[in-house]
Ligand binder design. Sequence first.
Ligand code: HEM
Length: 381
Amino acid sequence: MADVLTFFDDAQIRDPYPRYEQWRTRHPVWRDRDSGRWVISRHEDVLDILKDHQRFSSAAMGAALPLPTLTDDPPRHTQMRSIVNKAFTTAMLKSIEPDIATIANDLVRALPDDGDVDVVERLTTPLPVTVISRMMGIPESRKADFKRWSDALTGTLAGSTPAARQAELMEMAQFFRELIPERKKHPSSDLFSAVANAEVDGVGLSEWEIIGFNILLLIAGNETTTNLLGNLLNVLADRPDLWQRLRREPELIDAAIEETLRFDSPVQFLMREAKEDVDLHGARIAARESVIVVMGSANRDASVFDAPDEYLLDRTRGRHLSFGYGIHFCIGAPLARIEARLAMRALLSRSQHVARGNGRTQRVGSHLLRGFEALSLQFNE
Ligand code: HEM
């Protein structure tokens, strides 16, 4: 087969892994003609670039989002990140864990006993949205609005136009704006209060920063977690023995979550911008040029992982890069892991078997985010 040096086409969405292998072995650095971006696919190179924030800026990540976000470089990034870190403490996560278990159990209990279930609609989408709205202290009465806004923001609202999305975004910003004075006056233990009352060097955040921050927490955590769970259930649907094994040995659920992150990364790549000329494998990446670092490929690199195209729970070697690396490492990683673990526990204890259903199964139509828009399964007692 001829080497495929194309990035943004439909075949890539169906199955990117064979071409990633070609890139890793024969074209470790190549330039995508349409976008002008450099594509980096080996584990070592992806890791080096993610580590090297001196030479590779993250500002490119934020270019698409007109928000005061964490995509800045230091020193602003360090200050902003410390705010969210204060909110995402281990203690905070421990305290919310029983709530997450209840949310996951309720969603799983409500699944139909037999027949086809679209798990994306019934479980993997509502779970992270419900959890984050609870963490932010969004009133129950506004939950439906909140779900609509977050769908619009992440672009999954089928058929919505840019103008409609913009209108949802403004409505949401307005809702957050109105919430700020209340949470400043009566702060509680929720995430929104933590952000609204945070200070950097004795100075509070501006109104727009508070709004932008909360929107970021929404965007970053919902569809990614949905995709992690969808990818995991997709793997298990083809491996009935593994389902049985996880039922017998639930302590392996965490290994299955990590292996899913490696095997089918919910975020396939990140973008960086060179701050100076960089030479890599004979190519010159000039200052201000963009690079795409493909974690989805790095995670299948045979020089790091044994039998990289197999799904194995007992790996002893290699570290996946699905949550990024270094100063921008995903803040929500522990939360995503808890949600996935509790959802899997609930599903495994409820159903003896999982199998493919006859309903619609469809990959998300994105090169960046890999997951399912619909995934039809059957769970049997
Ligand atoms: C399986 C689920 C998730 C995946 C695969 C994922 C992936 C990532 C990746 C790859 C990055 C690095 C971005 C970069 O280096 O430019 C990141 C950053 C981030 N993630 Fe996640 N994420 C997930 C869940 C979450 C959740 C649940 C939240 C919060 C509710 C969250 C919040 C963030 C934030 C705020 C950042 C920015 C950190 C920074 O730039 O310092 N993520 N995530």
